[in-house]
Design a protein around this ligand. Structure first.
Ligand code: PSV
Ligand code: MN
Length: 390
């Protein structure tokens, strides 16, 4: 790719940040509270806007319902208007069918039809919220599964899931996409109803073209070749997007690119080869992370920069030379071409791209110098800080 085109692509990249990254989070052992944490969905959006302000490539914020229910007297339309006033927009709407007591045995796969009805009602309510906020993506993840062999019928749970997805799909507007996320375990420990990309894809194929698979990088068994999944889904036109994060062990939700930057590069290389980096390709690049011990906004800025660096390296691969090496069977040359790009220091290139956009070359330093952290720490006193379940 011509260097001008690489710079233009990097400047137009779109990486969505999640509202839940700005609240307090932790593990099942402890949630460590931080100062200046948003108390409302509005304040989370304001924090997300800072990430866009300093990186220039994070113009949307995913919301999670009911965590992001507007405070009394304000509506979802108000939330969308607030986002606009902060220079961002609402991105994917994520329903939550995993935190009510009713969902102990599952939500849309629950053996009790009344509980399934309640879960489907929430999914439909989220489609209304999409209409109110201008969101075009319904991002579905279900905690459904079983803990013990024999607990429930694996096959009947698939039937219930298919019926719930079909009813939800039928309610979508023509310009909406349903993203179907999978995860191989947790919180269910024996069987998970959507455990892998194959099961997600099967459901999507039955539903229709508006249903696509969402790949959360933390939701695979160790050693899984995620870029192969990405290539296969791209080939089928069914890669809806990513939840980017890093893991050393399971679903660790660490900053993307922190545990294995090479894996992130390999994923972005598949995306680059398919010409799917920019938003018009229909692949949504979203972060799904929890900053348990590090500061939230800088944690998101660093994550966005990590995705940008992996993308820049992927775009640097000399595809013409690679095609030659591949067709002549020169394994070592082909591998060297890819590794040359991976080994490049793309930080000066990205600094130049930012300067061309009128941004500071180092978003981390610029945010630290902005005084925003000091401002929210002094202003956000009283009320309850957002966190898990809020
Ligand atoms: C589940 O682990 C998940 O990846 C889903 O995307 C949820 O919506 C999100 O995490 C909640 O943090
Ligand atoms: Mn996820």
């Amino acid at each position: 790719m011509h260097p001008d085109q690489i710079r233009a692509t990097l400047a137009q990249q779109h990486i969505e940040t999640p509202s839940w990254a700005y609240g307090n989070s932790g593990t099942r052992f402890k949630v460590f509270a931080q100062d200046g944490i948003p108390r409302t969905a509005f304040e989370k959006i304001s924090d997300a806007a800072q990430v866009h302000r300093f990186t220039g490539v994070a113009p949307t914020v995913a919301i999670h319902i009911p965590w992001d229910t507007p405070d009394a007297g304000r509506s979802y339309a108000d939330l969308a208007e607030h986002a606009r006033s902060e220079g961002v927009a609402i991105g994917a709407v994520n329903p939550n069918t995993f935190q009510d007591d009713a969902y102990k045995l599952g939500s849309v796969c629950n053996p009790d039809p009344a509980i399934r009805r309640r879960a489907i009602g929430h999914l439909l309510e989220c489609i209304d919220i999409m209409r109110e906020t201008g969101s075009k993506e319904l991002s579905l993840w279900f905690a459904d599964g079983t803990n013990y062999p024999g607990q429930d019928s694996i096959r009947e749970r698939q039937d219930r899931l298919a019926a719930a997805l079909a009813e939800t799909y039928a309610a979508l507007d023509d310009d909406m996409t349903m993203l179907v996320e999978y995860k191989f375990f947790e919180p269910a420990f024996y069987s998970t109803d959507l455990p892998d990309w194959g099961t997600s894809l099967l459901h999507c194929l039955h539903l229709g073209p508006q249903a696509k698979v969402l790949v959360d990088t933390g939701h695979h068994a160790p050693g899984t070749n995620i870029e192969m999944i990405v290539a296969t889904l791209l080939r089928e036109g069914r890669l809806g997007g990513f939840h980017f994060n890093s893991r050393f062990y399971a679903d660790d939700d660490l900053m993307v690119g922190s545990a294995d930057p090479f894996a992130l590069f390999r994923i972005m290389f598949e995306i680059a080869q398919a010409g799917a980096v920019l938003p018009d390709a229909g692949v949504a690049f979203m972060l799904d992370q929890c900053h348990n011990i590090e500061a939230k906004i800088p944690g998101q800025i660093r994550s966005v920069m990590n995705v940008q660096e992996a993308t820049a390296k992927a775009l640097l691969v000399d595809l013409a030379a690679l095609a030659g090496a591949r067709s002549s069977g020169d394994v070592l040359a082909a591998n060297a071409i890819v590794m040359d790009a991976y080994s490049s220091d793309v930080r000066p290139l990205l600094a130049a791209v930012r300067e061309e956009q009128g941004l500071a070359p180092d978003p981390m330093a610029a945010f630290a110098a902005s005084g925003y952290t000091e401002k929210i720490v002094s202003e956000r006193v009283g009320g309850s800080a957002a966190g898990w379940g809020a």
